[in-house]
Design a protein around this ligand. Structure first.
Ligand SMILES: [Zn+2]
Length: 238
C-alpha cells in the first residue's frame, strides 16, 4: 500500500477535524444554558417590579378609600346641625366617631403601605444590581463561548482545506474512495495500525497471512472493524 503515509497524514488531519467538531457540538447547549441563566436572573427583577406595582396599586386604592370616607365624615358633620332632636344628634355623633375610628385604621394601613413601597423599591434596586452583576458575568462567558466557536470553526475550515490538499496529492482514487467510505461509516478513523499483531481500531488479532499481505504492500481491511490496516513499524520506517 504505497499510499499509506499519505493516508496516515490524511487521517491525522481528519482526526483533528473530528475532535474539533466534537468540541464544537457541545457549544450550543452550553450557550443555551447560559442564556437560561440570564433569563432566570431577569425574572428576579421582573418579580420585584411586579411586587412594587401591586403595592403601589393597593396603596392608591386605600388612599382613595380613605379620602371618600373622610368626605363622608365631613358630610355627616355638616348635617349634625340640621338635626332637630338630641337623640338623632347623639346617634349621628356616635356614627361619626365610629367612621373616624375606622379612618384612623385606614390611615395606618396607608402609612404601612407607603413603608412597604419603600421596601419594594429597595428590593427592586437590589434585584437590579444583582442582575447587572450576573448579566455582566454571563455575557462575558457567552462572548468567550462565541469566540471559542469562531476559532473552532476557523480551525476546522483550515484543516478541511488541508485535507483537500492531502486528498488531491496523489492518493490512488480507488484507495481514497475506500478511505472516504470507511471514514463516513465509522465517523472517527478509517485507518487502523497493526501493533503486536492486533488491530488498534478494534483490538482483533490480525491473521498472520493478512499481516504478510500488508507487508507486501497490499491493501488489507480489518476483519473486525473493516478499517484499512497499516503496519505501524513498516509505516514508521517508510
Ligand atoms: Zn479492526
Amino acid at each position: 500500500m504505497e499510499d499509506v503515509t499519505k493516508l496516515i497524514a490524511l487521517q491525522e488531519t481528519d482526526a483533528q477535524i473530528f475532535r474539533l467538531r466534537k468540541t464544537l457540538r457541545d457549544k450550543p447547549a452550553a450557550r443555551q444554558a447560559l442564556e437560561k441563566q440570564l433569563l432566570e436572573a431577569q425574572a428576579g427583577v421582573k418579580q420585584a417590579e411586579e411586587q412594587l406595582k401591586q403595592t403601589q396599586l393597593k396603596h392608591k386604592e386605600k388612599e382613595l378609600e380613605l379620602q371618600s370616607k373622610e368626605e363622608q365624615v365631613n358630610k355627616q358633620k355638616s348635617r349634625l346641625f340640621e338635626l332637630k332632636s338630641n337623640k338623632e344628634f347623639s346617634a349621628m355623633q356616635t356614627e361619626i366617631e365610629k367612621l373616624k375610628a375606622d379612618n384612623s385604621l385606614r390611615e395606618e394601613e396607608v402609612i404601612r403601605l407607603l413603608e412597604l413601597i419603600d421596601q419594594c423599591r429597595a428590593g427592586l434596586d437590589a434585584a437590579k444590581k444583582r442582575y447587572a452583576e450576573q448579566e455582566k458575568d454571563i455575557r462575558t462567558r457567552i462572548a468567550a463561548l462565541d469566540q471559542e466557536c469562531a476559532e473552532l470553526q476557523a480551525n476546522i475550515q483550515a484543516l478541511t482545506l488541508r485535507r483537500q490538499e492531502l486528498r488531491a496529492a496523489g492518493i490512488e482514487p480507488k484507495v481514497a474512495e475506500l478511505y472516504e467510505r470507511i471514514l463516513a461509516n465509522k465517523g472517527d478513523l478509517a485507518l487502523a495500525a497493526v501493533r503486536n499483531g492486533a488491530c488498534q481500531g478494534c483490538a482483533l488479532t490480525v491473521r498472520p497471512h493478512l499481516v504478510s499481505e500488508l507487508r507486501l504492500g497490499k491493501m488489507v481491511s480489518c476483519e473486525g472493524c473493516t478499517r484499512l490496516l497499516y503496519d505501524e513499524e513498516h509505516a514508521a520506517g517508510a
